[in-house]
Design a binder for this molecule. Sequence first.
Ligand SMILES: C[S@@+](CC[C@H](N)C(=O)[O-])C[C@H]1O[C@@H](n2cnc3c(N)ncnc32)[C@H](O)[C@@H]1O
Length: 296
Amino acid sequence: MRFSVDNEKTIDAYFGDQRSLKARYEGQLTPSFQSALDDYHAKVTERDAVFYHTIDFGDGVLQKGAWDLRDHEQAYLGGCELSGKRVLEVGPASGFLSAYLASKCADLVVFDLPLGSTSELVPFSEIENMDEFATGARRSVEQLRNSWWLTKRKLGFKASAVYADIYDPPSDLGRFDVAVFGSILLHLSNPFHALQSFAATTDSTIVVTDVLGVQSLSPEVGQSLYGSANMIFAPSPLPSGIVHWWALSPNAIRHMLHKLGFTEFEVTTHSPKRMPSSPPLFTVVARRAAKSGLKR
Ligand SMILES: C[S@@+](CC[C@H](N)C(=O)[O-])C[C@H]1O[C@@H](n2cnc3c(N)ncnc32)[C@H](O)[C@@H]1O
């Protein structure tokens, strides 16, 4: 579409259209939309799915995935209080933690990439055809989402799913007590913006778990990086580097969440017992100061 400077109406219409995009992806939490999503994924089988998590479906089948967090759920979530809470899980992958969260909390909403989109890809200059990569990445997102619906169907837990823009989430999701960001911020070009998007609707606690990448660095560099509020850009080579934007330090997360109004922090490091050769993880549990209830 071409614009001339004096074509005010067209310019107004153009920017008006963009403003109306603000309502993108709304309406997903209605029962009818959730049941439409359920129907859409009803015919999904293992052949359409790729599992990120190892999950015991209790039917004699142990579904293998790259991440085995069994018996590590509490540590992974920093021991965060879930009972009676409304919880948002951002980036649930195959749903191992969704099942755990749903069993503990009052209401679970999971949030992931919109249908038909890809995760953000680090633009490596050595990749000649980024479009080809994107096609593969789009398929991976679909297979991962399929695995979540298979897990939900097989384990039968209760949760609602929302698929939208992490930097501009729909405004009709309501308020949450707890928001969980498990191993997702490293995959985002702008982790602060993602935290900010959901901090605005999180009343009490944000839990961030991420990979503690120190052992790939020298001890001195590791110490100084993780002691201060640093993050390293594009720390991994291809192929995993394509979706690995940042190595984040616990203090970087703490610093970001402090700017967003969270004032109490617990930081832990831990390693899933069933993944002895994987890098250790860290979890930051950040809370807003409890309201005193006293009137001034
Ligand atoms: C590495 S998995 C983490 C799985 C799970 N949270 C855990 O901790 O075990 C990353 C998740 O983040 C989601 N994700 C990645 N980029 C995203 C984006 N831009 N917007 C929303 N979700 C995204 C992926 O689809 C996937 O569900």
